[in-house]
Design a protein. Structure first.
Lengths: 441, 204
């Protein structure tokens, strides 16, 4: 009896797919570190300035934009440049030439960590800062399209740095490119004229404006077009295909043309009436803030309450306290100091300080040169100080020394409420630029 | 013609190029400082970028010159290496300090020669330490990263211990900033002289 010997059937081992080259490139080398460095840079910078931006979308977007352009841009350039010189340092350039993949494909795979990691780090930091701002804002929206444009710009700078690192073989290229990039981006941010809106660090600090809708996408087309044109011009082979690089270049030039046609000073920013709308309380005098600061209104009203109580019904006293871009519009309006500047996370940090600066603004007559002189000048300035001090005592750790004015403050305190009102009426009617007009308590 | 061994050493580290880069850096710093002060609405305090970026570039130049292409061969030498390493850090640093001090005349109490000298020493210490820890060719990265972070994060005043952690941004005659910079220089130089640049493969 014969048995047929058949080979034992074994399961064919599942083919182990090697990890895709793109994944390996993204996970190894300087890429993740550069992403972490970018995120850390932005977060440390923003953390140190938290009271300045945690409260208005315009503030947080603007500061993120500046730190992306000024800090992450040069960092992406330098890191990309270092990554670009890797194959030369490893002496694997010729080995890569033997790989059955097109040069452009190899280029795009090796550029990916230089471009994507810094952009990812920036987006992470953006998300953290936006989430930290969210609970404290009152109106408006975050300018997400501008933040996306920043991420694209940082990625484009990383890709350009990578190309420079491939082409230039000098060990100082990377640090020098970073520093030159810093200087160039900084200068671009400070130049006047429409060219500053081409740079990724053009600053705009005005809380009641919004960008025109197309500015974000067009900025992206400008930076991404430049980087893509450079990549295609370097990586496309045979050489006749390099003409294709003109397509993204044309897109970039068209986008730059649109940006350069923006108005000279305000660029893409347009006033947004929904943000500068006045929101008022129902006290006397009325306290009004703009919609972006609506959350601060209760605090501002409370801070001004002692002053309002003294000024209520006095002829010549303010009818409305207003703040915002329009300034005092109606007769009887008096401008308030910017409450957001003195606030931390939607609360007034120092109500006493805010009150005393509001009083200082109330009595700040604009004098001409030659005013405020004469025999009574010194006494008048002490009386001015005394009235301000009586209405809103300056905190102990702040402001001028008030010991000289104490006698007038005591005299004001000693009077009856009717006499105090009478004195305030006379004081408000006087021109404090003329020392002889200032009444003595 | 037989070159003396010192000349061979200088050439193997690319020091002639590094010295040329230092001279170029000092010239650029002097020009930039004069130009920034001459701008309308700016006074001598506008030299802060030069006081930070000039020393940063000098530290990058000297730090990358610490790279040796024949590290393993060097380590077989019978002579002790630490005096050479020490001289290699100290002499170019002294040159950079002198050049930057000349490039920023006047206003020593703000951002003049003392601040530039302090920053050169402190950032150079960082670069030398980085050469020992991450390799000489990437030694510019930690000081660049540090200066980049501190540049925008530093407060205007010295509150919150800024004299300690933001020492590159402080005016010249501040004790805390000098202490940190001097400590950084001493530690970085010692570490490099003791260990040498980290041996790296193609990656770094």
């Amino acid at each position: 009896m014969t048995t047929t010997l058949s080979p034992p059937r074994t399961e064919k081992p599942a083919p182990v797919r090697p990890p895709a080259p793109l994944r390996t490139e993204l996970r190894r080398g300087l890429g993740p570190w550069s992403g972490a460095a970018v995120a850390l840079t932005v977060l440390v910078t923003m953390y140190g300035k938290a009271p300045e931006w945690q409260g208005r979308w315009a503030d947080v977007t603007n500061l993120l934009h500046v730190s992306a352009g000024l800090l992450c841009g040069p960092l992406a350039l330098a890191a990309g440049c270092w990554q670009g010189g890797r194959d030369r340092r490893r002496r694997t350039t010729e080995l890569w030439e033997s790989v059955p993949r097109s040069p452009l494909r190899r280029l795009l795979v090796s550029v990916a960590p230089s471009a994507l990691w810094p952009a990812a780090g920036l987006l992470l930091a953006d998300a953290v800062c936006l989430l930290a701002t969210w609970p404290y804002v009152s109106a408006g929206r975050p300018f997400l399209e501008l933040l996306a444009a920043d991420a694209v710009a940082v990625a484009a700078l990383g890709a350009l740095g990578h190309l420079v690192g491939r082409v230039v073989r000098w060990r100082l290229t990377a640090p020098l490119l970073g520093i030159v990039g810093y200087v160039a981006l900084g200068l671009g941010a400070y130049t006047e004229g429409p060219a500053r809106w081409l740079g990724p660090a053009g600053e705009h600090q005005f809380f009641w404006d919004g960008p025109v809708w197309w500015f974000g996408p067009v900025s992206m087309a400008w930076t991404a077009g430049l980087a893509l044109a450079a990549l295609l011009a370097y990586g496309l082979r045979p050489a006749r295909l390099r003409v294709l690089a003109l397509v993204p270049l044309a897109v970039a030039v068209a986008a730059a043309g649109l940006i350069l046609r923006l108005p000279q000073d305000e660029g893409p920013w347009r006033p947004d009436p929904a943000l500068s709308r006045q929101v008022c309380d129902d006290g006397t005098p009325q306290v009004c803030v703009t919609a972006v600061d609506e959350g601060l209104l209760p605090d501002v009203s409370a801070a001004l309450a002692p002053l309002s109580a003294r000024l209520k019904g006095v002829p010549g006293a303010p009818v409305r306290w207003v703040s915002g871009p329009g300034g005092p519009a109606l007769p009887g309006d008096v401008e308030l100091p910017d409450a957001r500047r003195d606030s931390v996370r939607d609360r007034l940090a120092r109500p006493d300080l805010y009150l005393s600066s509001a009083v200082a603004w109330l009595f700040s007559d604009t004098c001409r040169p030659g005013d405020g002189t004469g025999p009574d000048a010194e006494r008048a300035s002490i009386v001015n100080l005394a009235v301000q001090e009586w209405l809103a005592p300056t905190p102990d750790d702040y402001g001028p020394d008030t010991t000289g004015a104490q006698q007038y403050i005591d005299r004001l305190d000693a009077r009856s409420p009717a006499e105090q009102r009478d004195y305030l009426t006379r004081y408000l009617a006087a021109n404090t630029c003329r020392p002889d007009e200032v009444p003595i308590p | 013609m037989r070159l003396p061994p010192q000349a061979l050493y200088l050439r193997s580290r690319g020091l002639p190029g590094a010295l040329a880069a230092l001279l170029g850096m000092a010239g650029a710093a002097a020009w930039a400082a004069r130009w920034m002060v001459s701008l309308p609405n700016f006074d001598h305090t506008a030299r802060l970028p030069v006081v930070v970026l000039g020393p940063l570039l000098a530290a990058g130049v000297i730090g990358t010159s610490l790279h040796t292409p024949s590290d393993e061969l060097d380590r077989t030498a019978v002579r002790a290496w630490w005096p050479r390493r020490l001289v290699h850090v100290l002499v170019p640093t002294a040159l950079a300090v002198a050049l930057l001090a000349l490039a920023l005349p006047g206003h020593a109490e703000e951002f003049g020669a003392p601040a530039a000298v302090r920053n050169t020493l402190g950032l150079m210490g960082m670069a030398a330490g980085a050469a020992a820890l991450v390799g000489a060719r990437l030694s510019w990265l930690p000081p660049t990263f540090y200066a980049g972070v501190v540049y925008l994060a530093a407060p205007a005043g010295a509150d919150g211990g800024a004299g300690w952690w933001a020492w590159v941004m402080r005016p010249g005659p501040e004790g805390e900033a000098w202490a940190v910079a001097a400590a950084s220089f001493a530690a970085g130089t010692t570490l490099y002289a003791w260990r040498g640049a980290r041996r790296t493969t193609g990656e770094a």
